[in-house]
Design a protein around this ligand. Structure first.
Ligand code: TYD
Length: 213
């Protein structure tokens, strides 16, 4: 069996449906008898979940852009040490709802030069990339309507969602640019379609990646 898709990440703007799709892929693989570690960022380990609260709650200007990058990187390092690496070592498939690409895009669009800082910290403290990254692409207006309807994370987690729709247009463009930057591991998926159709494409892309195609 090929080990071509052991570490899979889902990315996309808020409300794109990536968390549901991550859950659906995890359920399908478990059904097929695979061990799956379904996890998320920011968070995914007890320490990183504490850092998550610092990041997603409170006022939009609570942290400088640089401090925010450091916090995301600190959370990711703990998540990697405590959750991701042990799961990969046991032979599990790791499915992560957001990873380093979110930092490249969200913090990278926040200001000139930040992408270089993000890359530097990633190289120094994280140093791994997913085998497969599924980017759920959709128009920000529909995505925002979806996420407002379900109030992701409860009413306290509004720090990033409160940034306005121009911001989401830039984020979408950032994810699309990322797909072009890392074509070997990134796949762009049209997420405006019904959930079952998107799930079928996710399963197909996972199978292709696993076969090393
Ligand atoms: P998440 O829990 O995935 O929210 P949602 O399910 O609503 O998409 O992520 C919380 C917020 O954190 C989200 O707005 C994206 C942001 N974020 C970053 O800005 N940088 C990062 O590196 C990560 C992982 C998330």
């Amino acid at each position: 069996m090929s080990l071509g898709a052991r570490f899979v990440t889902f990315e996309g703007i808020d409300g794109s449906g990536k968390s549901s799709q991550a859950r659906l892929l995890a359920a399908a693989l478990r059904e097929a008898g695979r061990e799956v570690c379904l996890t998320r960022e920011p968070g995914g380990s007890p320490g990183a979940e504490e850092i998550r609260r610092l990041l997603v709650e409170g006022a939009g200007d609570r942290w400088s852009a640089e401090t925010e990058v450091l916090l995301f990187t600190a959370a990711r390092r703990d998540h990697l040490e405590r959750t991701i690496r042990p799961a990969l070592a046991r032979g599990a498939v790791v499915i992560c709802d957001r990873f380093a690409d979110s930092t490249r895009v969200y913090q990278g669009v926040a200001g000139a030069g930040l992408r270089a800082l993000v890359d530097e910290l990633h190289a120094r403290f994280i140093g791994i990339e997913p085998d497969l990254t599924l980017i759920l692409d959709m128009d920000p207006a529909s995505a925002l309507a979806r996420s407002a309807a379900r109030q992701a994370g409860g009413p306290r987690e509004v720090r990033f969602e409160s940034l306005g729709s121009d911001h989401h247009v830039r984020l979408r463009a950032g994810f699309r640019a990322l797909a072009a930057e890392f074509p070997a591991r990134c796949r762009l998926i049209d997420a405006t379609r019904p959930e079952v159709e998107v799930a079928a494409e996710v399963a197909r892309l996972f199978a292709l990646a696993e076969a090393g195609a």
